[in-house]
Design a protein around this ligand. Structure first.
Ligand SMILES: O=C(CO)[C@H](O)[C@H](O)COP(=O)(O)O
Length: 281
């Protein structure tokens, strides 16, 4: 299953939030225990959500339901597969279970989305069988700067390999730590072979529009909606802004009096080890 161009996927922690997301026009919801800014605040180990909550979310909406498993946590992923979830996010937002190996996603019947900061990470996740990508950004910060950095980087690297000959491509595969056949496919298609949504730090309608402007196929939003002071309004405005990202007058209207966005975090203020995007590379 590939998600539509211009779609928004929203993190939700219960059935009530899932209904808000569906009513706003989200193309899918992501069930998790806490949104990333609350995961940061809580500290400790972040795990797969309670299956009961996942089932409640599944019963509350008719759009696809995703859920997160820890990186390399084969058993969490198998449990989610058995629950009949539509997509699994092998996510750096949760505490990694395995610091060396990602899941062999091609051995599952359920599709996976994975995060990447650059083309090497993206190609490795595709080589393992991911069927959707997302640039990582820095989740739970409400700060778009890392999402911009990662999206620009992946796109620049794709553009670079489109112009390479076969010898150059093999050396690039070596340098990126990327499977050669995945790079061949990207060169042939002149883009990533799967849908790539931007994630991590989208906090306003204009942030979502910026991701589309920079070439994302859609956006993931978690904290930016449910840690704002008006989740319904933010959810609707972010969906509209993502779909109509070139309609700047509309985005201005959507942003008027929308309320207070989530409080953001300066990336430089994060202590060593607090960057979720550095997990699972
Ligand atoms: O991991 C995710 C995507 O799969 C989260 O949905 C996303 O990163 C949320 O970040 P934020 O809370 O900053 O919107």
């Amino acid at each position: 299953m590939q998600f539509q161009y211009g779609g928004v996927i929203m993190d939700v922690i219960n059935a009530e939030q899932a209904k808000v997301a569906e009513a706003a026009g989200a193309v899918a919801v992501m069930a998790l225990e806490r949104v990333p800014s609350d995961i940061r605040a809580a500290g400790g180990v972040a795990r797969m959500a309670d299956p009961r909550i996942i089932e409640e979310v599944k019963s509350a909406v008719s759009i696809p339901v995703m859920a997160k498993a820890r990186i390399g946590h084969i058993s969490e992923a198998r449990v989610l597969e058995a629950l009949g979830i539509d997509y699994i996010d092998e996510s750096e937002v949760l505490t990694p279970a395995d610091e060396e190996f990602h899941l062999l996603k091609s051995s599952f019947s359920v599709p996976f989305v994975c995060g990447a900061r650059d083309l090497g990470e993206a190609a490795r996740r595709l080589g393992e069988g991911a069927q959707m990508l997302r640039t990582k950004g820095e989740p739970g910060t409400g700060n778009i700067v890392e999402a911009v950095r990662h999206l620009r980087k992946v796109n620049a690297q794709v553009t670079r390999i489109v112009h390479m000959n076969d010898d150059e491509l093999m050396a690039e595969a070596r340098d990126l730590g990327a499977p050669y056949d995945v790079l061949l496919e990207i060169r042939e298609k002149k883009r990533l072979p799967v849908t790539n949504y931007a994630a991590g730090g989208v906090a306003t309608p204009a942030d979502a529009a910026l991701m589309m402007e920079l070439g994302a196929d859609g956006v993931f939003v978690g904290s930016g909606i449910f840690k704002s002071d008006n989740p319904e309004k933010f959810a609707e405005a972010i969906v509209q802004a993502t779909r109509n990202y070139k309609d700047y007058a509309l985005i201005g209207e959507l942003s008027k009096g929308i309320g207070t966005p989530m409080k953001g975090l300066e990336i430089g203020a994060l202590a060593a080890g607090e960057r979720m995007s550095e997990r699972g590379i």
